[in-house]
Design a protein around this ligand. Structure first.
Ligand code: ADP
Ligand code: MG
Length: 393
């Protein structure tokens, strides 16, 4: 799904209000009927709301859907992207949007910049895009949910909220992770780490040292009540730092937190061991490095944990509740033994894509993704600074 910001420039204040109204209406309605859009937008009748609706539909921010009883509109992922961008721009979190630097398993990653010119990363969560394997069986459940708010969007929001909540406490506690800057809907803005994923690094001078640091990170997280849950070579970024003495130091930075779990989780031991094994295997395969030491062991790691310094408990209490965590986990849990590196077979992914296309045809939304792939995203600096917009509802 490409983020096309072309229309950001010319949407009017009324267009934005109508877009927000569709978002708001989506919380209780699968299709938001026009009279409700009118009402929620706070625009007077006869103010040409049909024109706003048609503008938004034309650029694909909302989509017309028919059901047995009435016609209505629903928010598209594009519309959600715009709303999030707009919130970030109004909060002065981001000023311009640059190139796409990553297409993760369940996200799109863009370079952005703050008004002061600081380089940042915008992560747009896109749950259900590729890993249909894990969510497919739950589709019917999601379809039957009362909340019509596109279920993928709902889950993507949860994922972003969770990621931001965990990043905040981890960063504050000095863990080596990007600084979280802002969160809106399905997006997180964070510090850009000038680095390479460990996956792209062929050789390192002292693998034992990095190995020990990574294992220590896993242990330190567990001591604070957390297990990353996807601790692999794609989610460990390596920053190269030249020290004062001119030596090269490799600093690992951990990213990607939507699947983080508490050390109280019923499968905590399994998640912990899986993170450990993942690093072990990778170092053996890639760097031919095998540690003499066994472990680390889960029981040992959590032994020193102090109850009042538990970050899992803090996050739960501060907004991302256990219930939300459960809901998200139900759909995104990585099956045992399968991880990002080996997610989904091609067949499954093709099948999922076909299904997605079929769905979009049904709803009249086009997926322009397919043909555009590989094309460079264009820098659209300053385009984000378009029309003034009303406050979020
Ligand atoms: P996913 O859940 O889709 O795997 P990630 O958060 O792991 O998403 O990000 C995908 C990729 O984007 C990473 O492997 C990394 O290359 C890049 N990336 C993500 N966040 C940052 C960041 N803060 N700084 C630099 N690169 C990043
Ligand atoms: Mg990742």
């Amino acid at each position: 799904m490409k983020l096309d910001t072309g229309a950001l420039r010319y949407l009017t204040t009324e267009d934005w209000r109508v877009l927000q109204a569709v978002e708001q209406g989506s919380k209780n309605h699968e299709l938001v009927p026009t009279p409700l859009i009118q009402q929620l937008s706070g625009l007077r009748s006869g103010s040409g709301i049909h024109r706003n609706i048609s503008t938004l539909a034309k650029v694909g921010l909302i989509a017309k859907v028919k059901n047995a009883k009435y016609d209505g509109y629903r928010l598209t992922y594009g519309g959600l992207d715009y709303l999030a961008l707009n919130t970030h721009r109004k909060a002065n979190a981001i000023y311009s949007l640059g190139n796409q630097i990553g297409v993760g398993k369940e996200s799109d990653i863009y370079i952005t910049a703050s008004p002061e010119g600081r380089q940042l990363v915008l992560k747009l969560h896109r749950l259900g895009r590729i890993s249909f394997r894990t969510v497919k069986s739950n589709r019917d459940y999601l379809r039957n949910q009362k909340s019509g708010d596109g279920s993928w969007m709902y889950l993507s929001r949860l994922a972003a909220q969770k990621e931001h909540a965990f990043m905040k406490v981890l960063y504050r506690e000095g863990f080596p992770i990007p600084e979280p800057v802002a969160w809106s809907r399905h997006t997180v803005v964070m510090e850009f780490i000038d680095s390479f994923p460990l996956r792209m690094i062929d050789s390192i001078p002292d693998p034992g040292k990095l190995y020990a640091e990574l294992m220590d990170m896993i242990v330190q997280l567990a001591k604070r009540g957390l297990i990353h849950g996807d601790f692999n070579e794609f989610n460990i970024l390596i920053k190269e730092i030249t020290t004062e003495s001119g030596k090269l130091r490799l600093e690992p930075i951990l990213i990607d937190f939507p699947q983080t779990v508490s050390t109280n989780h019923v499968n905590a031991q399994m998640y912990f061991d899986r993170d450990v094994t993942c690093v072990k295997r990778y170092f053996e395969r890639r760097f031919k490095y095998t540690s003499n030491e066994p472990g680390p062991l889960f029981e040992v790691a959590i032994k020193g944990a102090e109850a009042d310094r538990r970050l899992d408990i803090e996050v739960e209490a501060s907004g991302f509740s256990r219930k939300m965590g459960k809901e998200l986990e139900r759909f995104v849990e990585v099956p045992v033994g399968k991880q990002e590196a080996e997610a989904g077979t091609e067949e499954e992914e093709e099948e999922a894509e076909e299904e997605e296309e079929a769905e979009e045809e049904e709803s009249g939304v086009e997926d322009e993704d397919a043909e555009d792939e590989g094309e460079e995203a264009v820098t659209v600096a300053s385009e984000l600074n378009g029309q003034g917009t009303p406050a979020d509802p």
